[in-house]
Design a protein around this ligand. Structure first.
Ligand SMILES: Cc1ncc(COP(=O)(O)O)c(C=O)c1O
Length: 398
């Protein structure tokens, strides 16, 4: 049951929720009636170190008592520390902080326009983007998002975006032209239904960019921060992007986004060319530094690979057991999906009733996005609930 005032006072841009959540700890959430749920949504790939992690809470609380915000008029030690740590995990370059995934992608798009104008004398400005991707709801990020379901009602969007199917390098080659300044892809399409960009495709895209003097831009907003068993998803594929958008898991629930720019391009933004009031605040950066502490101290990134493999194998077993319901198991690390043959909505409801929260996505997909801190008992609990729920669905459908 949710408060009837929800609908009265909140704009209906989200589907009406069925749960009112009031507390989280580790892998679990509690609603206002006291029911407990195993949370395999992680707030849509955000709470990668679980809810209310002790170290994170301590760091954030201490920072609140010291300084929450001062703006980028001043140097912020926590921001410099975070930039150095993230750069250390990606490669030589520089960081720009903002507040969300969409904002990080706006910066990514603006970065490519600046390179097109300032460095390329040919006035390159077009972006070639993978179809079925999702890059955010602001007008620039939306222009880079091909699906009509997100674009409808908001056109005309920005000029200069074209699309080609993920994993089809020949289609990308055909769409590349002399005005293309960049190719932009997710290493795993999250909202698009956990579609993994193959290593060969990403390597092909990198080569295409190099041959055509174009930038390689990665949107790691959902696949980043350890979820796939590497710090960022593309690092599974051995490519070298020019700039990367990150957000979601970076703050562990506190809003923060960021752009990493290869050292080659690091001076492209100059004072006044881009900015945000809140970006990289002492509080946001303390939260993100605490996330990195936990990921490092508990070795969670390499564990994500092992745990992911284990749960994926079990999900494949379920696919074999329920071939009339499940079409495919997809994903990498702890970014996994059951692609159903039909709408997954009823299964999502049954799972919730049985105590497991999951997220839907395009193409009849149910996403499993547990926190990277998930333990063996919780993984087993999730799989047992999933099998029970599939049994129930099968009975209903007979
Ligand atoms: C790959 C990707 N990029 C960008 C975004 C937008 O991020 P935000 O909702 O923080 O603006 C999302 C959100 O789901 C995403 O999955």
């Amino acid at each position: 049951m949710i408060n009837p005032e929800h609908n009265q006072y909140l704009v209906s841009n989200y589907a009406l929720p069925s749960l009112e959540i009031i507390k989280g700890k580790g892998s679990y959430l509690w609603d206002s009636t006291g029911s407990k749920f195993l949370d395999f949504t992680s707030g849509i790939a955000v709470t990668n170190i679980g809810h209310s992690n002790k170290h994170w809470v301590h760091s954030v609380t201490n920072q609140i008592n010291e300084l929450v915000h001062c703006s980028n008029l001043f140097s912020i030690p926590q921001q410099v520390k975070l930039a150095k740590r993230v750069e250390g995990k990606i490669g030589p370059g520089k960081m720009l902080f903002c507040n969300s995934g969409a904002e990080a992608n706006e910066a990514l798009i603006k970065f490519s326009r600046l390179v097109g104008k300032k460095v390329q004398t040919k006035n390159k400005f077009k972006l070639l983007v993978a179809e079925n991707g999702f890059h955010g709801r602001t007008m620039g990020a939306l222009s880079a998002t091909s699906s009509p379901k997100y674009r409808n009602g908001f056109e005309p969007l920005l000029d200069g975006f074209s699309f080609a199917p993920l994993n089809d390098i020949d289609a990308f080659k055909r769409k590349m032209d002399h005005q293309t300044i960049a190719i932009m892809v997710e290493s795993i399409q999250g909202e698009g239904g956990i579609r993994v960009a193959t290593d060969e495709f990403l390597q092909g895209v990198e080569k295409l960019c190099r041959e055509n003097d174009a930038l390689l831009l990665l949107d790691e907003v959902q696949a980043g921060i350890g979820r796939t068993g590497e710090f960022l998803g593309f690092q599974n594929s051995g490519i070298k992007p020019d700039a990367i958008a990150i957000a979601k898991g970076l703050g562990g629930g506190f809003p923060i986004g960021a752009l990493w720019i290869d050292e080659k391009w690091a001076e492209i933004f100059q004072p006044g060319s881009h900015g945000t009031t809140f970006g990289g605040s002492p509080l946001a950066c303390s939260a993100a530094n605490a996330v990195l502490d936990v990921l490092e101290d508990q070795n969670l990134i390499s564990q994500a690979k092992e745990k992911g493999k284990q749960i994926k194998d079990e999900l494949v077993n379920l696919k074999n057991k329920f071939p009339t319901l499940i079409k495919e198991i997809r994903g990498r690390g702890l970014m996994l999906a059951i692609a159903m043959k039909d709408s997954p909505n009823l299964l999502i409801e049954i799972l919730q009733r049985k105590g497991l929260l999951v997220v839907g996505a395009a193409e009849n997909v149910i996403r499993f996005l547990p926190p990277l801190t998930v333990n063996q008992i919780e993984l087993k609990e999730a799989l047992t609930i999933t099998e029970d729920a599939l049994q129930e669905l099968l009975k209903i459908q007979k």
